[in-house]
Design a protein around this ligand. Sequence first.
Ligand code: DGL
Length: 247
Amino acid sequence: MNTGYIAVMDSGIGGLFTLKRLIEEMPNERFLYFGDNLNAPYGDKPVSLLNILTLKNVRRVMAHGVKAIVFACNTLAVNVLGNVKRFVPVPVFGVYPPTEKTATEGKRAVLFCTERTAERFKDSENLKVVSLPHLAKDVEKNADDLSAVNLKAHLDSSLKYQKILSENYRFDTVILGCTHYGLIENQFFDHFCPRDIISGDAFTARQVKEFLRISGKLANNKEITVDFIGDCAEKNRKLFLKVVNKP
Ligand code: DGL
């Protein structure tokens, strides 16, 4: 069914950043955004609860006629996607921190992410994993004025990050391992300049497009459609308009 929606799901507003990338890659599709804002943040919740919430939310989304689902949320991708996709009749994709890419390219990186995501990655010579336990929540709370989020304060209060600095770990790449961080990527750019700031969103967008193309499900609508559902649909729609209008 190439007329179905591509559903984009996150704990809240972080997936809007991914949605923007998906639209850039596939401008002739219909997108359905679901943010579980009332249950955000996900990053400090037990995996068992994330499984329950996700299955419930996927059911809600599926009722709208969906041909693919994207977990625009690293926390869901690394913790529950493998389990949940067994129960979903359409392909499910996720946004993952691109740690393998940096390793293959011989980069030295710091991965910033939620607590649940951090548990899935190990430090190595070329990768240091830093969870920022309150940053996604802070972004979610300050959706109306993202300049109120103070990235530096979160970095300063991270013991792990302070340790990395004191050990003089030299890194050239910063991995945004939480889609919420994309909404304040300007702060990451400013703070970590001239290092590369990367995330998994663009890769996922290309992967979804390639899958739909190969399976003959790529739509060719004249106009793009983006619909919002969920308890905070209107809030998410308004913020999305701001996000797309940013260069
Ligand atoms: N945006 C999500 C992620 O990429 C979840 C953040 C949260 O709700 O804690 O991990």
